[in-house]
Design a protein around this ligand. Structure first.
Ligand SMILES: Nc1ncnc2c1ncn2[C@@H]1O[C@H](COP(=O)(O)OP(=O)(O)OP(=O)(O)O)[C@@H](O)[C@H]1O
Length: 582
């Protein structure tokens, strides 16, 4: 009923309804009494047939399902004896008590058989034709005795039953001929309660093979999909993890770069290759070129260890550690190792702006008015950032061309925060204990409190001086060294506007408009009274948008006798004067 035949061994006859292998699981209607078969150890198919002298076990050679017959042989090679048992049972027992099988008869002729019992032979029962004599059969008459005379009509095999002969049985119930003819499977109707049979399609139930063919690729597909999905997930996991790690690494690198690193003195020696290349010397110490291990070029400023109580150092680290702007030098690290103190900055190949402050006819160093204009804008942006963009306002107090470095693209970077002051943004007045700055760039109020309170406007003043210095080509400071009385105001600039200056002329060309703009902004920035100076935001707006027709030259304070500067001792470029408290 399973839709598939079973067999004993590879070559055994196909077993299906009404036969079945004994003890195998079968559905209702799929078994029939007397049709149970077994497989022997040698994989031969056996059937057990009832007889009045006990069960007869024969080997099933073949099953003809269409003809409903069985071909049997005796595995013990004594078929006549088995035949006799079956024959006797068949005529002495009623059909219902015996097996569902009948001995096959197909001949019209009637044959008589005589069975002999020959005790000395391994198969004691022999059958001979009734007309044959014992001698004809080749048997020893002294050992064999007649057992029974059988008259059998149409019995097959026709003449005699030899050892090699086969026995043929037929069955009539259950009748599966119709189903077999249609190539269908057969089973008992109504779940086996009646003898009547019904046919069903062999393939109505999926065979194991079909299940296998369908499920294996399906399961395989699912497995492959699962494996691919897992691989993808694992790949994505590691990819995102990798990306995360790179992101973290990048962040840490940036974080490290944002926060100045601390170097030991040994590090500084290694970075500067034992202070091999000196870039210059400022008031507070020498500057050396160096290289960090990751190929970043640096400038290391070694502070004079004999100097001060370390306030400038702390100031610079404190102020610069916070600032990150394209126009402000980045403090990469510092060293505070015993008496050694150093500051490590990015290296800027073009050095300080001072180097480029020159007359326009100096073809080697003059950058051109447009470039100087861009540098002025850059420095103003740096100051704007310091004044307005940090948590605290940073007042530089030492804006001058030495403290503006130029990178390889001539982008300006404000440096040297040694004199810087951190104060809250809403603080309009700053207290300083000593006048600070570089001579020529120091605002009047930083010199003397007579000129008012010190505020961010002090940086505006220095910036104004830097602008005038840029256009005047060192006029301010060179005059300063010769004429002590005019340190705070570059009167020459008015000569410039009045056309009296022979070195720098304003003739109305495009470049001259820039020059004029820088000069006017510079003059506004150096107003005596801080209140008259513009904020850096206004300076920037003027630098970027001021048109010639809107340029208003501020009054000359010297001519108007607004202020006359007294004698000021000039011994060092940086002044450290006590400020006058109100
Ligand atoms: N980051 C840098 N990159 C390249 N050169 C630098 C760098 N910092 C300083 N220098 C060079 O080193 C020299 C000395 O610099 P430093 O800032 O110590 O002195 P200064 O600004 O000239 O004077 P002071 O310190 O008195 O204001 C400068 O002239 C400059 O050319």
């Amino acid at each position: 009923c399973s839709g598939k035949d079973s067999r004993c061994g590879r070559d055994g006859p196909a077993i299906r309804f009404p036969f079945r292998l004994k003890d195998s699981e079968t559905e209702n209607g799929c078994s029939y009494t007397g049709f149970d078969l077994t497989c022997s150890d040698k994989r031969i198919t056996l059937i057990e047939l009832p007889s009045h002298s006990g069960p007869v076990i024969l080997q099933v050679i073949s099953i003809d399902y269409l003809g409903q017959s069985l071909t049997l042989s005796d595995p013990e090679n004594c078929l006549p004896g088995q035949f006799l048992k079956l024959f006797r049972s068949q005529i002495s027992l009623s059909q219902s008590q015996t097996s569902p099988f009948l001995l096959y008869e197909n001949s019209q002729a009637t044959y008589n058989f005589t069975f002999l019992h020959c005790s000395s032979l391994s198969c004691p029962v022999h059958a001979v034709g009734s007309s044959d004599t014992l001698l004809d059969s080749g048997l020893d008459p002294t050992l064999c005795t007649k057992t029974l005379d059988i008259v059998s009509s149409r019995m097959y095999p026709p003449t005699r039953l030899n050892y090699e002969d086969y026995l043929y049985l037929t069955w009539s119930k259950p009748n599966c001929i119709k189903c077999e003819r249609e190539g269908k499977m057969c089973k008992l109707k109504n779940n086996g309660t009646e003898d009547e049979t019904e046919c069903f399609d062999r393939h109505h139930k999926p065979t194991k093979k079909i299940i296998l063919y369908v499920t294996v690729p399906f399961v395989g597909l699912i497995l492959v999909t699962l494996i691919l999905a897992t691989c993808l997930r694992v790949y994505n996991y590691f990819k995102t993890k990798g990306e995360d790690e790179t992101r973290i690494e990048k962040f840490l690198e940036e974080y490290r770069a944002l926060n100045p690193a601390r170097f030991s003195y040994a590090d500084i020696k290694r970075v500067t290759n034992n202070f091999r290349e000196k870039l210059g010397e400022g008031a507070h110490g020498a500057v050396f070129k160096g290289k960090l291990s990751n190929e970043i070029l640096v400038a290391v400023k070694m502070l004079n260890n004999t100097e001060g109580d370390g306030k400038e150092f702390i100031n610079e680290v404190k102020a610069m550690g916070k600032v990150h702007h394209i126009n402000v030098v980045r403090l990469l690290g510092f060293c505070a190792d015993g008496c050694y103190r150093a500051l490590v900055y990015n290296f800027f190949s073009n050095g300080s702006l001072q180097k480029f402050i020159t007359r326009p006819d100096d073809k080697d160093r003059f950058l051109g008015w447009e470039k100087l204009h861009q540098i002025a804008i850059g420095v103003a942006k740096g100051i704007e950032y310091l004044h307005m963009s940090c948590d605290q306002q940073i007042l530089h107090f030492d804006i001058n061309p030495h403290n503006v470095l130029l990178d390889d693209k001539l982008l300006p970077k404000i440096t040297d925060f040694g004199l810087a002051k951190l104060c809250s943004k809403d603080q309009s007045v700053v207290s300083v204990t000593a006048a600070r700055g570089t001579l020529g760039y120091i605002a009047p109020e930083v010199f003397s409190r007579n000129f008012g309170n010190i505020s961010y406007k002090a940086d505006i003043y220095s910036y104004g001086m830097l602008l005038l210095e840029m256009i005047g080509g060192r006029k301010n400071i060179s005059q300063l060294s010769e004429e002590n009385s005019q340190v705070l105001y570059p009167e020459w600039i008015h000569n410039l506007f009045e056309g009296k200056d022979m070195q720098v002329k304003i003739e109305g060309e495009e470049n001259d408009i820039i020059l004029k703009k820088l000069a006017i902004i510079g003059l506004w920035c150096i107003q005596w009274h801080a209140i008259n100076r513009p904020s850096i935001k206004v300076v920037l707006r003027m630098l970027e948008t001021l048109e010639e027709e809107n340029m208003v030259v501020p009054p000359n304070p010297i001519n108007s006798n607004t202020f006359k500067v007294g004698e000021i001792p000039i011994k060092h470029s940086t002044l450290e004067l006590e400020s006058i408290h109100e």
